[in-house]
Design a protein. Structure first.
Length: 260
């Protein structure tokens, strides 16, 4: 009986964000044969350590990226950019980037912080999707998965800008899905609820509104616990697979029933 190829053999993945959920996605896709180029905003050491943990040959390299800066995106994703050169093109884009900030009422949040949140969580994904689409359409194949948050469906107390940006990902995916529907290029959103990562641990331990809201959100999950990063990665792996070619413009909640 012929040996079955790994599900992601010969796949070229640009992974934006290599933290807790991003690291789990990298491990899942690399374990199924993908080559991955990872980007980071500030944590070079964390990205390099992730690459060292992956199977031999799976890590194609890493680079800093400010996804909300068109010049930075061009340096990584554009023709001759570091990711495109290392991978020989990008057929899969997974964006996990998020903005770390304490929760606070909208009226108590500096407008500059609001703008930075939206730039990171919405403008960045917009520019990245725009950058990878021409190559995917030319080759006739592509998978785009944006990892957002269920706050985009339900809103989060003290997190208006992020909730608005996450909801914006839904509109982005649906619009681009309509533009690409006659091709084998798909775009979808995975919306986790509270996920057991270092980010959640820090928020739960925080004083004031941040700790209270996050503790209450975890308690409200019908499953009675936070997600594991690997469970989010499994949803991403499905939507990034060739088998998901008829699934596009969708928002998949991985939140233990939080927004059912």
């Amino acid at each position: 009986m012929p040996r079955e190829e790994p599900a992601f053999a010969d796949r070229r993945v640009l992974l934006v964000g290599t933290g807790g959920i991003g690291a789990a996605i990298a491990a899942r896709l690399a374990g199924e044969g993908a080559r991955i180029f990872g980007t980071y905003r500030r944590d070079h050491e964390g990205a390099a350590a992730l690459g060292a943990r992956l199977p031999a040959g799976a890590w194609a390299g890493t680079a800093p990226l400010d996804a909300a800066d068109p010049a930075s995106v061009a340096d990584v994703v554009g023709p001759g950019g570091s990711a495109a050169a290392a991978l020989g093109g990008v057929d899969t884009l997974v964006v996990t980037a998020g903005h770390r900030h304490p929760l606070a009422p909208l009226t108590a949040t500096d407008p500059a912080v609001l703008e930075d949140i939206v730039r990171t969580e919405l403008v960045g994904p917009l520019l990245l999707v725009r950058a990878v689409l021409p190559g995917m359409l030319e080759s006739g194949f592509g998978r785009i998965v944006l990892v957002g948050s269920d706050s985009g469906k339900a809103g989060t107390l003290g997190d208006a800008a992020s909730s608005a940006a996450r909801a914006g990902l839904h509109g982005l995916a649906r619009s681009v899905a309509r533009e690409t529907a006659r091709t084998d290029v798909t775009i979808n959103v995975v919306s986790p609820g509270p996920t057991d990562t270092g980010l959640l641990a820090g928020m739960l331990a925080a004083d004031g509104l941040t700790g209270k809201v996050m503790a209450g959100t975890v308690r409200a999950v019908p499953k009675g616990r936070a997600a594991r990063a690997e469970e989010v990665a499994a949803a991403v792996a499905y939507l990034a697979s060739r088998d998901a070619g008829f699934t596009t413009g969708q928002v998949l909640s991985v939140s233990g029933g939080l927004t059912m």
